[in-house]
Design a protein around this ligand. Structure first.
Ligand code: SAH
Ligand code: MG
Length: 227
């Protein structure tokens, strides 16, 4: 098939992506166990996939991350990917609103042997983030919690990420609705559109970030380099 410019080439079939995941994902038994047991433990199966976990690991490695903040822990799957990229003495602070999710995450993090490198903070992002400022500046901030909070989280990240550090937003396609101006007001995603667009506008602001891109995962992963 010829190259088709900006449109999807059609190469990204399920079998091909499965092959890529097998080849590059480095999802070992522990990560697989964490991901696959999430639903059985009564948590929603909404963690990033193995391919996205690999991207997070790559991004943390690329910016030499030593200090990371994550908003939205769930069962700790993405936290384990990120923390595995940390050097000795590195630290990941992850924030989870739901105490049940946080408890499962703490268990999984211990299972992964990363209790020394990951602190799980139970509470809302908006209340916990200000308490973390004393540990910054941070090398990487990964935002993956309530979508209505994204603009506020990015605003915090702008203030607390070092020059050259990465700010990353998961689910940036907003479940396919990012571009829609015609969602009925009662739609689940309607209140999330304005804050998600505001978050992305900040990432695109060249006075704040030297570069930004949408990594074309299924959910859209927006990433920007702090100026
Ligand atoms: N990053 C995880 C997935 C996170 S799912 C992974 O990929 O493995 C989103 C999580 O954010 C859920 O566990 C949800 O309980 C939590 N959450 C929702 N609202 C929040 C808030 N205001 N502050 C912190 N966490 C929140
Ligand atoms: Mg997500």
């Amino acid at each position: 098939m010829a190259h088709q410019g900006a449109t999807d080439s059609g190469y990204r079939t399920k079998p091909l992506l499965d092959f890529v995941t097998k080849t590059l994902a480095r999802e070992d038994g522990i990560l697989r166990e964490i991901r696959e047991s999430t639903e059985a433990k009564g948590l929603p199966a909404i963690s990033v996939g193995a391919d996205e976990g690999r991207m997070l690991h790559f991004l943390a490695s690329a910016c030499g991350a030593q200090r990371i903040v994550e908003v939205g822990t769930l069962a700790g799957y993405s936290a384990v990917w990120l923390a595995r990229a940390l050097p000795e003495g590195g630290m990941l602070h992850t924030i989870e609103y739901d105490p049940k999710h946080a408890a499962v995450a703490v268990e999984n993090i211990a299972l992964a042997g990363l209790a020394q490198k990951i602190v799980v903070h139970v509470g809302a992002g908006s209340t916990v983030l200000p308490t973390l400022e004393k540990h910054g500046l941070f090398d990487l901030v990964f935002i993956d919690a309530d979508k209505v909070g994204y603009a506020a989280y990015v605003k915090w990240a702008v203030k607390n990420t070092r020059s050259g550090g990465f700010v990353i937003c998961d689910n940036a396609y907003l479940f396919g609705n990012l571009h829609r101006d015609d969602l009925p007001p009662g739609h689940d995603d309607a209140p999330k559109i304005a804050p998600m667009r505001a978050a992305l506008s900040m990432l695109a602001d060249e006075t704040l970030f030297s570069s930004c891109a949408m990594l074309p995962t299924g959910e859209g992963m927006a990433v920007a380099v702090r100026r």
